[in-house]
Design a protein around this ligand. Structure first.
Ligand code: SF4
Ligand code: SF4
Ligand code: SF4
Length: 362
């Protein structure tokens, strides 16, 4: 067995394997970066995500899509950019030609934060996407547009006056490679234009490589704190690409604790007496590990989000049990009524009913 590369670098791009859901959690099959990478630079090797460094062109197209920020480009910090967006004298147009690398560097959170913090709508220039050499089968453009749409959907739901507006002018496709080279040079140049927020956010990230909450989520929560006080309604009964909600079926949950143990952000955590489960909507990144891991399928997603809960990380108790001692095996178990016999003993007795009858008759 060779050594595991925890951080792989290619040009200005880095992939931290210890932050990757797929690598860290046996039950996760995230492949967002694999699907979006225009060069097919990510491969699954022995069930682990691996970056083939010679295939990566450092375009940054995948970066915004990673839910845990395992992917970074060292010359551009989307969190720092979104945080400092409001400080520009004139809100810059987001464009891979001037101010940023490929717009795939941003996620829904970044677009939302820029719209919430700025004093007007954010303009996003997508006119180069169709002719871009990185957009060979359209998947990069599709991913960027889905994120813009997700942010706009949320902004509309909360009736925010600002949106993400797109510029759609089609450009000549004469020299697509030259366009890509130009964009890549811009990435390098942006090293010299780091803002204070950019530096502090990047430093914070590198200081805490194992932190559980992606910085983009923290940034979003801080932006929401600034607006929830003035909102008439903060609870919405619909689904959102930004926020996730969970419910646990009391009857089928066995209180095994697997979901609380494997939730990567501690959005699910046990009550202090270990007899119940809390859920914090502000911490959930929607990775789906809890639902994949739950053997009785007791935990499921549901619609609805509450911005106060998200912004201030308020938790909701999803289930709570009274623990009693099983009259057969003498082990404590979550009691749900009827004879005080745990599920394991009940199923054991059902499977081996003949053996019990035989023993009684002997
Ligand atoms: S998108 Fe992020 S978490 Fe998902 S497989 Fe890629 S690096 Fe891992
Ligand atoms: S919801 Fe599922 S994984 Fe979580 S404690 Fe209940 S049975 Fe276990
Ligand atoms: S609660 Fe959210 S973050 Fe935690 S495992 Fe489930 S989907 Fe993932």
């Amino acid at each position: 067995m060779g050594n595991i590369n925890f951080v792989q670098k290619s040009n200005l791009f880095s992939y931290t394997a210890t932050r990757c859901l797929r690598n860290e959690y046996y039950h996760n099959d995230c492949r967002i970066c694999i699907d979006v990478c225009p060069k097919g630079a990510f491969h699954i090797v022995r069930n682990k995500l691996t970056l083939f460094e010679n295939e990566c062109v450092g375009c940054a197209g995948c970066i915004g899509s990673c839910p845990t920020e395992a992917l970074e480009i060292e010359s551009f910090d989307p969190n720092g950019y979104a945080a400092s967006y409001q400080h520009h004298e004139e809100a810059p147009t987001l464009t891979c030609k001037v101010s940023t690398p490929c717009l795939g560097v941003f996620d829904v959170e970044h677009y939302t934060v820029m719209a919430l913090r700025g004093d007007k709508s954010v303009t996003c220039d997508l006119s180069h996407c169709a002719g871009c050499v990185l957009n060979e089968n359209g998947k990069l453009e599709e991913s960027i547009r889905a994120k813009v749409e997700g942010a706009n959907q949320f902004l509309e739901t909360i009736q925010n006056p600002h949106r993400i507006e797109t510029i759609e002018v089609k450009e000549e496709q004469a020299d697509r490679r030259a366009l890509f080279r130009k964009g890549f040079e811009k990435v390098k140049e942006s090293l010299a234009e780091e803002s204070v927020a950019h530096v502090s956010m990047t430093t914070a990230h590198h200081k805490l490589p194992d932190m559980k909450m992606p910085l983009k989520r923290i940034l979003l929560k801080n932006s929401l704190k600034e607006i929830v006080g003035g909102m008439e309604t903060t609870a919405f009964a619909i689904s959102s690409p930004l926020f996730f909600n969970k419910q646990i079926n009391f009857e089928t949950c066995t209180n095994c604790g697997d979901c609380t143990q494997f939730c990567p952000t501690d959005a699910l955590f046990p009550t202090s007496d270990k007899q119940g489960i809390y859920f914090s909507q502000g911490k959930c990144i929607g990775c789906g590990i809890c639902e994949d891991i739950c053997k009785p399928n007791a935990i499921t997603s549901k619609e609805g989000f509450d911005l106060v809960s998200v912004a201030y990380e308020r938790s909701e108790q999803l289930v709570h049990y009274e623990m009693v001692t099983c009259h057969e095996c003498r082990c404590p178990y979550p009691y749900k009524g009827g004879d005080p016999i745990c599920d394991r003993c009940t199923s054991f007795m059902a499977k081996h009913a003949n053996m019990f009858t035989l023993a009684r008759d002997m």
